[in-house]
Structure formats: structure tokens, C-alpha cells
Design a protein around this ligand. Structure first.
Ligand SMILES: [Zn+2]
Length: 326
């Protein structure tokens, strides 16, 4: 079964928590395999982009998780500050996280003190075990642990089927939970971390590097790849406004180019989400059934979005289930 036929968000309520490890347990179980000889991961061929001022981004392809990409399908990166390194999403698997960690170590020996887990989707947070040996703070939304309880073991099992157990690693829970807004000091620069209301998922964080004015909205912003809705459609539109209020000129989207002009990129996503909302509401008002709605709603928005046919129908169904109770 290909994981691309799974919407990460469709499995709330799956069996919980058997793979929950403390940092010490994870190490004892050997999930941190960074000391083993490096394999020739396909991700080696994907270069890291230096976008200046100590910011490095791995620009991921618009693919689904495969053995060839080791689950490295989301943008990940790190910020090198004066005193320490902060990782913004550790990657999609142990192997992907190991690759990212090796890229950091090619550039600096400063301690990796913070690893941000932007939300529950495995392409963003399943690389965390690669960093356990560094003993960073694993930073997550206050709802992330609950989301990992609900879905983590399911995601893990599916990813093991695709990548093999040796490449997946264990699930890491946040050791620091963000309730609202928090700041992390890397010595010479502050990264502001915001816990959002339910939007792309119910546990989205965004990060803002105050020294460069760079926003890291993670999957609150998709560029080129069609957004996938796994939280709340009106909520996502609200949180988009909140992000726009930060006034960032540039952003690192969760999927898409390493760095984009924030305004036009978010405007394009807002357009799609608005059409999705309005046409879903219209379908509900006209008594169009959910299956038919999934085939017709927002169908005119396909241009310019990769994987549109894979995700739009599921977005409509998610939106329909939410909006029919308005
Ligand atoms: Zn996501």
C-alpha cells in the first residue's frame, strides 16, 4: 500500500502510544543510529540550500514517501546562531533526519539545542529520533502529544511498510510544549514560535526568525503542491490572516521552493482555500452529496498545483464534514 493514498489526517483514533519513548529509552533501544556507517541515501543527492545568514533549507521534491526518498518529502532546515543550532522539522524518517544532522555537522560543531516538530504529519516530525543523541529540546504544539497518541503508531506502521524498519526510527514526543507564543534565543537571534489554532492540523506551529524576517509557516503554507486539509478550513483561513499580520517578506513553506515571497504565495493558497470553502458550502446548500461534491468542488483550481488530483477530493470531503454542521 502506498502511503500516498493515505491522507495523514484520516486516522485519528488509531491505536495509541505503544511506540512512545522517552529520550533515554529511545537511545537504549538503538533508535539513534547516527554512529553507524552512513548508508548511501537517495537524499544525498538532494542539496541543501544556503539562503544566507545561517539559514539552510532542504528543498524537498513533490513526491510521496518512498524507499528512494526515505520519506524526505517536506522542506526541512536549520538555523545556525551564535551559540547553538535550531532545527525546523527534523525530516520524514530516521534516515532522513540522519541526513539532515550530517549536513548540520558539515557546517558547524555548535550544539543542536532545539528541534522544532511543526506538526504531527510524519514527513515533518518522524526524523526526530536522529537527533536524540544531541539531547535537544523537542518543541511541539501543546496538542502534538495527543495527536501522536492518536495517530503515531499508525503512521509508524505504514512508514515501516514503505521504508523498512531500519530507516524509520522511533516516535519522539515533545519535551517542551508551546501553549501560545514562545521565544528561543540562539545567542544572537531570537526565533519566535507560535502555536496556532486548528488549521492545517490541530497542532501547527510556525516560527519567525526575527533577525532576518524569515517566516517558517511549515504546512500552514504550501507552494506549488496542493494544500492538504487535515484540521479546519475556516480555521486555516483565520490563521493565514494571523500569519499575514506578522509582516514577513519571505517564507520557507512546508512544501515548495526553499524560499518564497510570502505575500503572493499565501495569497495563492488563500484563493484555493476560499474557493474550496465557498463551493463546498454551495454544494451543501444545494443538497449535492459528499461523493459528488468531492469530484466537482474546486475542480477549476487545478492549474498550478502538483498532486491536485490526489488531494483535492479529500480536501472537499474534509471540508464538507466540517461545514455541513455550520
Ligand atoms: Zn502536514
Amino acid at each position: 500500500m502506498s502511503i500516498n493514498k493515505l491522507t495523514w489526517g484520516s486516522y485519528a483514533g488509531q491505536s495509541a502510544g505503544s511506540l512512545r519513548f522517552t529520550r533515554r529509552e529511545a537511545l537504549a533501544l538503538g533508535f539513534c543510529l547516527c554512529c553507524l556507517p552512513a548508508r548511501g541515501f537517495a537524499t544525498e543527492s538532494i542539496s541543501l540550500k544556503d539562503i544566507g545568514s545561517g539559514l539552510f533549507i532542504r528543498e524537498a521534491p513533490h513526491e510521496e514517501a518512498t524507499r528512494a526518498n526515505n520519506g524526505g518529502i517536506a522542506n526541512t532546515g536549520f538555523i545556525i546562531g551564535r551559540d547553538s543550532v535550531l532545527v525546523i522539522d527534523p525530516g520524514g524518517s530516521l534516515a532522513d533526519g540522519q541526513w539532515l544532522r550530517s549536513q548540520i555537522r558539515k557546517r558547524t560543531n555548535k550544539p543542536i539545542r532545539h528541534v522544532v516538530l511543526s506538526h504531527v504529519h510524519p514527513d515533518h516530525c518522524f526524523g526526530a529520533s536522529a537527533f536524540a543523541e544531541e539531547q535537544p529540546e523537542f518543541i511541539g504544539h501543546h496538542a502534538l502529544s495527543r495527536a501522536l497518541d492518536a495517530r503515531g503508531s499508525y503512521y509508524h506502521e505504514r512508514l515501516v511498510e514503505i521504508l523498512g524498519p531500519e530507516s524509520v526510527g522511533g516516535i519522539v514526543y515533545p519535551t517542551r510544549e508551546i501553549e501560545d507564543v514562545a521565544e528561543v534565543d540562539l545567542g544572537d537571534r531570537i526565533v519566535r514560535i507560535t502555536a496556532h489554532d486548528t488549521a492545517h492540523t490541530d497542532c501547527d506551529l510556525s516560527m519567525f526568525d526575527t533577525s532576518t524576517g524569515t517566516l517558517f509557516p511549515a504546512d500552514l503554507l504550501f507552494v506549488d503542491r496542493v494544500p492538504s486539509l487535515d484540521g479546519s478550513l475556516p480555521g486555516w483561513l483565520n490563521e493565514a490572516k494571523r500569519l499575514e499580520g506578522i509582516g514577513a517578506a519571505r517564507a520557507v513553506p512546508g512544501h515548495g521552493p526553499a524560499i518564497v515571497d510570502f505575500g503572493p504565495a499565501m495569497a495563492k493558497q488563500v484563493r484555493y482555500l476560499t474557493v474550496l470553502r465557498d463551493e463546498t458550502r454551495k454544494a451543501i446548500a444545494e443538497g449535492v452529496g459528499i461523493d459528488k461534491a468531492g469530484r466537482v468542488v474546486a475542480a477549476g483550481e487545478a492549474e498550478g498545483w502538483a498532486l491536485f488530483d490526489d488531494y483535492n477530493g479529500r480536501n472537499v470531503i474534509q471540508a464538507y464534514k466540517e461545514l455541513e454542521w455550520e
